[in-house]
Design a protein around this ligand. Structure first.
Ligand code: SF4
Length: 102
């Protein structure tokens, strides 16, 4: 999903190649009260678009770095990104920041 200026000096040039540039943003963000199969169907459609996107890694990196709280970014929903961040935190606590002690 296209970022609207979050991240300060971050370059958003990757967005010019985004597969979602001309797609209704509502596909990537859940409306109030959406649940169950409707939510699954919408997220699956968004993920299919992400799966064809040439900037999927840049998009996911942006969303994880700036902890975008809502929406599907880089092929992951907010819940999936939350789990990814939790695993990263556990890995950092367990194994340190890098093999060189960073
Ligand atoms: S990965 Fe998905 S949300 Fe991100 S720019 Fe591409 S199509 Fe849009």
């Amino acid at each position: 999903m296209l970022a609207a200026g979050r991240g300060g000096a971050e370059s958003f040039s990757w967005q010019t190649a985004a597969a979602c540039r001309n797609v209704d943003p509502a596909l990537f963000f859940h409306p109030d009260g959406e649940r169950g199969r409707a939510r699954e169907r919408r997220q699956l459609t968004a993920k299919e678009i992400c799966g064809e996107c040439p900037v999927i890694y840049q998009c996911l990196e942006h969303a994880v770095t700036f902890q975008e709280p809502f929406g599907t970014w880089g092929g992951l929903t907010e819940e999936e990104r939350g789990k990814l961040l939790s695993r990263r935190a556990v890995n950092i606590r367990t194994h340190g920041r890098s093999a060189r002690g960073g």
